[in-house]
Design a protein around this ligand. Structure first.
Ligand SMILES: *Cc1c(COP(=O)(O)O)cnc(C)c1O
Length: 390
């Protein structure tokens, strides 16, 4: 067997694409004299709303904060149940626990790993207060069935769109609905502010979340320090400290201006992976929903373990040794010890998520990657598949 010429440099999993525009924008924010929530945050909220077609948007210090505020704004608390996907980052479930409500998990549809609306329907009880669908990897869940369910049962929908910029469900942009949708600008996400998030939705909902996002103070508190601003405020309900800074918003505005080109680059690089593995009996890319536009946040493949002599973990170790930074998204929530112990879950209680978890690898994907780097990842994975084939 021919030896592989491995990458001499480490190919990172998801390096951010930071260029001179971002550096200049952050420099200008620092020199402006206004560091916390101010005019740049307002502009970022407006531009973001335009981009996704939202009526209103609230910039925050994380997507986790956005999901938490959305639950609080709907009054979710002890005695309530909230349904979400077990195939998500722990933050989606943790915020449900923070409110005192019970986390009810649903399994995923094999192939896409999107929350299964039929399992959601099975998990409904009179206590169900909200559903948090997770648009896994960057494609939208089947929102029509979830919306029908939510409407008929008077349940609030809160979309976890941490992976979804830009994503279309049919002709509708994720983030354009009247219910809450939360986006993430964490360092690895499709646009980044280092840490940050955005909550979109109808104006009255977003206004309620805005008050809660800054201590529960009654008016736009940052205006207190502007010329003509008043020192007076009231607190009707103790809120949180979840606001975004102007430094982050400056970075976000610069990133947002590159959204189209960064999306096209992701799509092109994902196309290289798809072309390489579409006929493979060992490396299987996730299925794509018809009529949905994928943001290509993650490129996830499932290994056909029956055809290999090594496990997924061993494959990841082999990739790492060959200078490739692959990852796993996600350890299903029901397998994390807090949730397993509290709710008595075993791995096979969610068979589709569990089966996918044991097989999945997220391959490096970022607009900062060169085509040659993605080609090296493909060559390396193909080499390893050949080497460890049964
Ligand atoms: C990243 C992520 C979050 C949390 O985003 P933060 O901005 O880091 O709080 C939530 N859900 C999913 C699916 C994510 O990938």
């Amino acid at each position: 067997m021919r030896e592989l010429e491995q990458s001499s440099e480490f190919i990172g999993f998801a390096p951010p694409l930071i260029e001179e525009v971002e550096v200049a924008a952050v420099g200008a924010a620092l020199r402006s004299g206004w560091l916390s929530t101010g005019p740049r945050v307002k502009e970022f909220e407006e531009k973001f709303s335009e981009t996704v077609g939202a009526t209103a948007a609230l910039a925050l210090n994380s997507c986790t904060a956005g999901l938490h505020l959305a639950l609080k704004a709907h009054g979710v608390g002890p005695g309530d149940e909230v349904i979400t996907s077990t195939m998500t980052f722990c933050a989606t479930a943790n915020v449900i626990e923070h409110t005192g409500a019970r986390t009810v998990l649903a399994d995923v549809v094999p192939g896409t790993l999107l929350i299964d609306p039929l399992d959601v329907a099975r998990k409904l009880t009179p206590k169900t207060k909200a559903i948090i669908p997770v648009h896994y990897a960057g494609q939208a869940c089947e929102m029509a069935s979830l919306e029908d369910l939510a409407t008929s049962e008077s349940i609030d929908l809160i979309e976890d769109a941490a992976h979804c910029l830009p994503t279309l469900d049919g002709t509708q942009m994720v983030g354009s609905k009247s219910h809450f949708t939360a986006f993430s600008f964490y360092a690895t996400k499709n646009i980044t502010t280092g840490e940050g998030g955005m909550l979109t939705g109808a104006k009255d909902l977003v206004d309620r979340a805005r008050v809660l996002s800054l201590h529960g103070m009654s008016r736009d508190a940052w205006k207190r320090f502007q010329k003509g601003g008043s020192w007076k405020y009231d607190v009707a309900e103790p809120g949180y400290k979840y606001n975004m800074t102007d430094i982050q918003a400056a970075l976000g505005l610069a990133q947002l201006s590159k959204l189209e080109s960064m999306y096209l680059k992701r799509k092109q690089l994902a196309g290289l992976y798809k072309a390489a593995f579409c006929d493979s009996d060992v490396v299987r890319p996730l299925a794509e929903r018809p009529n949905a536009t994928h943001s290509w946040h993650l490129f996830v493949v499932e290994l056909n373990l029956e055809a290999l002599t090594i496990s997924r973990d061993e494959m990841l170790a082999e990739l790492s040794q060959k200078n490739i930074g692959a990852s796993v998204h996600y350890i299903p929530v029901h397998m994390l010890s807090y949730y397993a112990q509290k709710y008595g879950y075993r791995p096979n209680h969610f068979p589709f998520a569990f089966q996918a978890f044991e097989r999945m690898i997220s391959l490096p994907l970022s607009p900062a990657h060169k085509e040659t780097e993605i080609e090296k990842v493909i060559e390396t994975l193909q080499f390893l598949v050949k080497k460890f084939r049964k």
